[in-house]
Design a protein around this ligand. Structure first.
Ligand SMILES: [Zn+2]
Length: 142
């Protein structure tokens, strides 16, 4: 999670909402990313999506079976769907996201009958550090 938090800090330095994600395989870290929606002018450039894309590119495959994803904030519905499509084995996330989260609230993507693959979910990992980063970021922008 410390790598994901570092990606979140780098995202904040770019003026992005501080969220970071890391894909870990059996051999270790495969890819990591922070939010880049503003940098890339891409509303889908969430940390999770970018980390999954990068990991798939590294491995040369369209699924990440046997890999885990660490992310500092509860994934939104779009990212949860991407995590499902990627066949991520375990999802570890930090802070809950009452506004946009799609795992434990909102769309609850993994609990939906149409969801073909649900990862094991571990929440509230280093949640305070993730939440503090987000709170400080938005406090500075007010
Ligand atoms: Zn997302």
């Amino acid at each position: 999670m410390h790598l994901a938090l570092e990606q979140a800090r780098l995202a904040a330095a770019r003026g992005e909402v501080p969220v970071g994600a890391v894909v870990v395989g059996p051999e270790g870290v495969i890819a990591q990313a922070g939010n880049r929606t503003r940098t890339d002018n891409d509303p889908t450039a969430h940390a999770e999506v970018l980390a999954i894309r990068a990991a798939c590119a590294v491995l040369g495959q369209d699924r990440l079976t046997g890999c885990d994803l660490w992310v500092t904030l509860e994934p939104c519905a779009m990212c949860a769907a991407a995590i499902s499509h990627a066949r991520i084995g375990r999802l570890y996330y930090g802070a809950a996201d009452p506004k946009s989260g799609g795992v434990a609230q909102g769309a609850r993507v993994f609990a939906h009958p149409q969801c073909h693959h649900a990862p094991q979910v571990y929440d509230a990992i280093d949640a305070d550090a993730s939440a503090t980063l987000l709170r400080d970021f938005f406090a500075q922008r007010r």
